[in-house]
Design a protein around this ligand. Structure first.
Ligand code: ADP
Length: 493
């Protein structure tokens, strides 16, 4: 008896102090005894909970499973069972429990009661659910990205830190066949049928976009031709970005390849059109100007006819300038710009250009100043350089407002001569500064104010200066003014 009372005390003590919910449950489901941990778990005090049926505190959706297991125990199929199930807290919320139940039978085998232990796993369960939801979100996001990766109209390539190709989409795989008809070894920088924009010069390894990206470069709009056959080749414009981990560690690079073949072909057609039209226009225009000069030199013309003739002459001369600009651009497009270098007084060239611009400047209410040495000997193509100065000057005046000023400065530097044309005109927006030297580019402000132009002048300026081995730079502020700086390196005769 002593032993039995001892074990009953021990049982009571365990029941009382266990951190796990415990209950003695009658075969019909009544809770014969419950411990404080169980009460706490479900929001009842122990007395309230006793005598209720476990059916009452079980979530209706889990009741059938629980009952089925209880029946199987009572039927003798099982001695015990384990079930993760939902209980109902007194305030209506769900408490997840990990239930272990064992059936205790009397000496004759009659079921006496179940000993149930219930571990509160609500937090674990919620965490699990959060994790599952987060995984589902991630998976959904992965699927979306995968779909975008494969459907965008741009070739995409991911390169690892070591330059190894890690992933590419279908579109880029197609480009690879064109660029590397004999196969690719999966490393950045392999040479293939990839050519510079002239369509002839093969790219070196250092110029290959994948190689540049592997070297840590980031770039946009890097254009070139891919494919050996001029009829079927494609042009691409590539951008690259470095990929880093959240901690800033370099993981590799991502490249996007956009097919710009149609655009390039359209530009080719445009250039060919411009070139042939300007050739066709030049001959009749030369004849018109010649005859105008002959008529203009006659002394027997009425005064009003002479005046009208001057207007015709001025406009014909403008047309001639336009046509020669167009011809020029056509030649540049074909990569031809022959220079006729001679010993020239650059100061005189600039002075004459400034004098020629004075009439237009004063008509526009713009003051024109020149700061130049008396003489400045240089070896250059006088006609072309005059064209540079004329273009910069006419722009400075054209894009100035009445009351503005244009200052021209010429200096002899140590290694080069420097020409600066500064105006207090409308200025150029920061996003346009890099484009003003592009062929046919016209600034937003120029368009908005309907200032006439073709967008060719600065392109010609840039080409002439670079043919002389020099550079043009530009600093400008919208609404404040612009400064163009030309440097022409010295050359020994
Ligand atoms: P055009 O003057 O015929 O448009 P240009 O090639 O000479 O062509 O110039 C390209 C563009 O650059 C112009 O349309 C204008 O937007 C801008 N630009 C050039 N020079 C100036 C300047 N001095 N001030 C403000 N904008 C300028």
């Amino acid at each position: 008896m002593q032993g039995s009372s001892d074990s009953s005390d021990l049982w009571n003590l365990t029941l009382q102090h266990s951190p796990i919910g415990m209950a003695l449950v009658a075969p019909d489901g009544r809770l014969l005894r419950v411990n404080p941990a169980m009460g706490d778990m479900l929001g009842y005090d122990v007395a309230e909970l006793s005598q209720r049926g476990f059916q009452e505190i079980t979530h209706p959706d889990d009741l059938a499973d629980d009952l089925a297991l209880v029946q199987r125990c009572l039927a003798g199929d099982l001695d015990s069972f384990r079930l993760r199930k939902r209980y109902l807290h007194r305030d209506g919320r769900v408490v997840w429990g990990d239930l272990s139940a064992a059936l205790v039978r009397g000496a004759d085998g009659t079921p006496l009661h179940f000993i149930s232990q219930i571990l509160d796993v609500t937090e674990q369960q919620e965490q699990q659910e959060r994790l599952t939801a987060a995984n589902a979100d991630l998976e959904r996001e992965r699927q979306v990205l995968e779909a975008i990766f494969e459907t965008v109209g741009v070739g995409l390539l991911l390169i690892g830190r070591d330059g190894r190709y890690e992933r590419m989409n279908r579109r880029h795989a197609e480009t690879m066949l064109l660029a590397f008809p004999d196969g690719h070894d999966g490393m950045a920088g392999q040479l293939g049928a990839v050519y510079q924009l002239d369509g002839r010069t093969p790219m070196t390894q250092e110029e290959m976009p994948s190689y540049r990206a592997t070297q840590g470069e980031e770039f946009d709009d890097y254009a070139y031709w891919v494919g050996d056959d001029p009829l079927t080749r494609s042009a691409y414009s590539t951008s690259a970005r470095q990929v880093r981990s959240a901690a800033g560690e370099k993981l590799g690079a991502a490249l996007a390849y956009q097919d710009i073949t149609d655009l390039m072909r359209a530009m080719q057609v445009r250039d060919e059109f411009v070139s042939s039209v300007s050739h066709e226009l030049r001959t009749p225009l030369t004849s018109v100007l010649g005859y105008l000069e002959i008529i203009g030199s006659r002394q027997d013309l009425p005064a009003d006819v002479t005046a009208q003739l001057r207007v015709v002459q001025r406009n014909a001369a403008r047309l001639e300038t336009l046509v020669s600009d167009l011809l020029h651009v056509g030649e540049l497009g074909e990569g031809r710009l022959p220079l006729q270098r001679d010993a020239v007084d650059l100061a005189a060239v600039v002075r004459h250009a400034v004098e020629a611009a004075r009439a237009l400047a004063s008509r526009s209410g713009v003051t024109l100043e020149l700061d130049a040495p008396e003489h400045l000997g240089a070896l250059l193509d006088e006609q072309r350089i005059r064209q540079v100065v004329d273009n910069l000057l006419s722009n400075a005046v054209k894009y100035s407002r009445s009351g503005g000023s244009v200052s021209v400065a010429l200096r002899r530097g140590e290694d080069s001569d420097e020409l600066e044309v500064r105006d207090t005109g409308i200025g150029i927006a920061p996003g346009e500064v890099d484009h003003v030297f592009d062929r046919f580019f016209r600034g937003g402000e120029a368009l908005q104010q309907q200032i006439p132009g073709t967008g060719l002048g600065l392109n010609i300026v840039g080409s002439i200066v670079s043919a002389h081995g020099g550079e043009v730079s530009l600093s400008s502020e919208l609404g404040v003014g612009s400064t163009f700086r030309v440097t022409l390196p010295h050359r020994d005769g």
